[in-house]
Design a protein around this ligand. Structure first.
Ligand code: ADP
Ligand code: MG
Length: 493
């Protein structure tokens, strides 16, 4: 029986017609291990190969073939466990999980059951409102992936592609510690970030390299957990949120009508945005687990674990703490940056010797917006950290205004080239020449007598004048100088 680790928080309840309800969520995430070879064979794990191109005799379950464990996959699982601050079990066991399925030639999956390689751990979630929660990890175990049935190749027959058969998966099981769809989405997102930092799973959900079984139940606040339903194989963070919202509503509807929830496995239909029954508890498999007689129990040494631990990179939580501490970034900005390791590294290069606040604004602002618009990462834009740094320096030393800098970035993206050469070539240098600016200011004051009357009553309308001068100068006027001239000419302050 799983213990309820949290009291009911009123802000996380949802109203029904007969009172409040609390959603309880636990996730089983399947993460494909980053490794060139499969868990028990030397066949390649390459994505996109021709069907059955990467299948050894072991993966095809030919009689007499014996599995040989891939040391690197174990190392990846241990590395992940350490990254999840989890207990590493130096003694673990591989079991056979028996079931019949056309894409499972062995007739069983080699998995871990009672004695997984990784035990209890924790993932911290931070939210934009400043709150945070810890989601417990129950366990992490290694197992084989299955093959894939192809139903669209032939009118009357199904084909099978075993390329994926035997690829190593980590199943990461959370405790039922989440209470809202947003928390579950934040959990998967954070878990994926950690896996990417560690280099143990690429987190590519579109390729199916990260997918989640979503367990959902509802209860009255403070009462015992209700019966859960498990929604299988949800493969996007958005769908995970939708599946939870739908499933919680469905269960509340049944309970409020006096019904009961049947424990069952359900599927999420992304097109309709709903879940539907796949099999009930009565139809549940009896997997008849037993230790795989072809594999010895797995024993790993304390020295090896220590060696792997020493090689861990700085992880998101530590990086975030360093960014708020060393650079004085807000928790929000630091959180956005560390969500993507390459953006975080990029920021650090830009921030070296510069104002970190400016650096973060450019990296998470204009640069991120340009990357999003192209649906690529920041590093794929072709603008180096050195180039962005140079651009920021040009603002800092007054050569260009912040507004012109945005234009320069767009030109850099389209045509390449260093910021200073672009500024020079296009004559974008900021006008700080007081005489030239005074002339523009005088013309605008002369042409707008009614605005001059207004500003005497409402000094804030100076912004309008600044805007006109900026426009007249083609955005090149130094706004500070313009402000000073305007105040002098209009007798403000
Ligand atoms: P199994 O699927 O083998 O029965 P568990 O009972 O340990 O495994 O639970 C699997 C997942 O379901 C875990 O992620 C756990 O957090 C979650 N879970 C367990 N009980 C509930 C519940 N009442 N409501 C929602 N999730 C639950
Ligand atoms: Mg399960």
């Amino acid at each position: 029986m799983i213990q309820d680790t949290r009291t009911s928080d009123p802000s996380r309840l949802i109203p029904g017609t007969t009172g409040d309800w609390e959603i309880i969520i636990g996730l089983e995430v399947h993460a494909q291990v980053t490794s060139n070879a499969k868990l028990f064979s030397g066949a390649s794990t390459r994505f996109g190969s021709d069907p059955n191109a990467n299948v050894s005799l072991v993966d095809a379950a030919m009689p007499g073939m014996l599995p040989v464990i891939n040391r690197f996959c174990i190392e990846q699982a241990v590395r992940t466990g350490l990254g999840l601050k989890a207990k590493i079990n130096r003694y673990s066991v591989f079991d056979r999980k028996n079931y019949f399925y056309p894409d499972l030639p062995q007739g069983y999956q080699i998995s871990q059951y009672k004695q997984p390689v990784v035990g209890e751990g924790e993932v911290l979630l931070d939210f934009p409102d400043g709150s945070s929660i810890a989601v417990g990890i129950e366990r992490l175990h290694l197992e084989q992936d299955a093959g894939k049935s192809l139903h669209d190749q032939h009118a009357t027959m199904s084909y099978v592609d075993l390329n994926r058969s035997g690829v190593a998966l980590m199943e990461i099981v959370s405790k039922p510690d989440m209470r809202t769809a947003d928390e579950a989405k934040a959990y998967v997102s954070k878990l994926r970030t950690i896996l990417r930092y560690l280099g143990t799973c690429d987190g590519d959900m579109e390729k199916g390299n990260l997918r989640a079984d979503v367990n959902v139940s509802v209860r009255r606040p403070g009462e015992a957990f209700g019966t859960r339903c498990e929604i299988k194989n949800v493969n996007s963070i958005r769908f995970i949120g939708q599946a939870i919202e739908y499933e919680a509503r469905r269960q509340i509807g049944i309970l409020e009508d006096g019904g009961t929830i049947d424990q069952e496995t359900r599927l999420f239909d992304a097109r309709k945005g709903e879940t539907r029954s796949m099999r009930s508890k009565e139809e549940a498999h009896d997997y008849r687990y037993f230790p795989d007689p072809d594999l010895l129990p797995l024993e790993i040494t304390a020295e090896w674990v220590a060696e792997i631990e020493a090689s861990l990179p700085e992880l998101p939580d530590a990086k975030k703490a360093r960014f708020t501490g060393d650079y004085g970034l807000s928790p929000y900005d630091a959180g956005v940056l560390v969500g993507d390791r390459s953006a975080a590294d990029f920021f650090e290069t830009v921030a070296k010797g510069r104002d970190p606040k400016l650096a973060v604004n450019w990296v998470t602002g204009d640069l991120a917006a340009q990357a999003n618009a192209r649906n690529v990462g920041i590093l794929d834009l072709g603008v180096s950290a050195e180039q962005l740094g140079e651009l920021i320096d040009l603002i800092g030393d007054g050569t260009i205004s912040g507004k012109i800098a945005k234009d320069v970035l767009v030109i850099m993206l389209a045509e390449g080239g260093s910021p200073s050469s672009i500024v020079e070539r296009r004559g974008l240098v900021q006008v700080t020449d007081t005489k030239a600016l005074e002339k523009i200011v005088d013309e605008i004051i002369a042409a707008n007598p009614s605005q001059v009357e207004t500003i005497k009553l409402k000094p804030k309308t100076i912004g309008w004048f600044v805007g006109q001068v900026m426009k007249a100068s083609g955005g090149k006027a130094n706004p500070q100088v313009v402000n000073d001239i305007l105040k002098a000419r209009l007798d403000l302050e």
